[in-house]
Design a protein around this ligand. Structure first.
Ligand code: UDP
Ligand code: MG
Length: 314
């Protein structure tokens, strides 16, 4: 009796990738052929509201290949949401996520799958190096992962991205996390289960430009911290306590001057400076609280995470 083969679903978020999508599809098709005797493979492209020819191209590929599937959004919802939609809708026993720009070599998914078979529920790509990225991007990325780990209760492995493979068990658990501000590479470690890294060298973008310019990268980083940690609020309290102690010490010193010496309390400058400084700090901390309230507001509206305009072969 022939055993039913497992299915591996490969989820690929796509946003304006017309310059690399053709090559990405080819490399993934090749990967599927190489894995054919071990596992069935389906390719699921999530078009995140591309404004270029990406969707048009994907549609034509899907028309000829029933195992190439397309989900297309009604507009751009963002990378993390696109990944989520893919994970939500595929049926594979294993699900891999890979970017469309070929920075993560598709061939490694075969290694990830084989590693998973040795008893792991998550195999995540860990970047040993990153080609073609500016020193600035590398430095900000390094700082970011370290800061994030300091801020969060769970361990998010440094230098990982969304390139990973998960078992059905992990996927089902992941699907239960419905928060809007999503940071997938932190949510998966939060789930637990047995995970292992697969080290690799990150390649240059095949073509086109990064969709994460500095502004978006900062937003991504701040979002990750705010949605994963309430430590900024705790830090605010610590800072408040510290200033209270400093104030008490200063007060004691002034009382001492008043009662036991003839010196008047000096320093109008010090008074003005501390007023200006601490008003700034207060406004900043109110802003931090505001960010959390904004998140509560976003979550409580309970809107769908994404809207699908069209699916092909799904
Ligand atoms: N992407 C997306 N929606 C977006 C931005 C990006 O689906 O709003 C996709 C993009 O097509 C790529 C992946 O997410 O497949 C990662 O984007 P990018 O390569 O620009 O990020 P970087 O590697 O520079 O961090
Ligand atoms: Mg990229």
């Amino acid at each position: 009796m022939p055993l039913e083969k497992n299915l591996l679903s490969i989820v690929v978020p796509v946003y304006n990738e017309e310059e690399s999508i053709n090559e990405t599809v080819n490399r993934l098709q090749k990967l599927r052929d190489n894995l054919a005797h071990e596992i069935d493979v389906e390719l699921v492209f999530v078009d995140d509201g591309s404004k270029d020819g990406s969707l048009f191209y994907l549609r034509s590929v899907a028309e000829q290949n029933p195992n190439v599937k397309v989900i297309s959004f009604s507009r751009n919802f963002g990378h993390q949401i696109a990944i989520t939609a893919g994970i939500d809708l595929v049926e594979g026993d294993y699900v891999a996520v890979i970017d469309a720009d070929l920075q993560d070599p598709p061939e490694l998914i075969a290694d990830m799958y084989r590693m998973a078979l040795t008893g792991f529920d998550v195999v995540y790509g860990k970047r040993r190096s990153r080609a073609g990225e500016t020193i600035f991007k590398k430095a900000t990325a390094a700082t970011f992962y370290r800061l994030l780990n300091y801020m969060c209760e769970i361990d998010i492995p440094p230098d990982t991205g969304d390139f990973r493979l998960m078992s059905r068990k992990v996927v089902e658990s992941f699907k239960q996390l419905r928060e809007r501000h999503r940071f997938v590479r932190g949510m998966v470690p939060w789930l637990g289960y047995r995970a292992t890294p697969l080290e690799y060298d990150r390649a240059e973008r095949f073509a086109g430009e990064t969709k994460y310019p500095f502004r978006k990268m900062m937003a991504f980083a701040i979002n990750a911290i705010l949605s994963f940690s309430s430590k900024p609020l705790t830090m605010a309290i610590h800072f408040g306590l510290l200033t209270i102690f400093a104030g008490l010490a200063g007060g004691a010193y002034m009382l001492y001057l008043k009662f036991f010496t003839n010196t008047l309390v000096p320093g109008l400058t010090a008074v003005l400076l501390s007023i200006v400084l601490f008003s700034g700090v207060q406004i900043l901390l109110i802003g931090v609280i505001g960010e959390y309230i904004a998140r509560i507001f976003e979550e409580i509206k309970d809107r769908p995470l994404y809207l699908i305009n069209e699916t092909i072969n799904l």
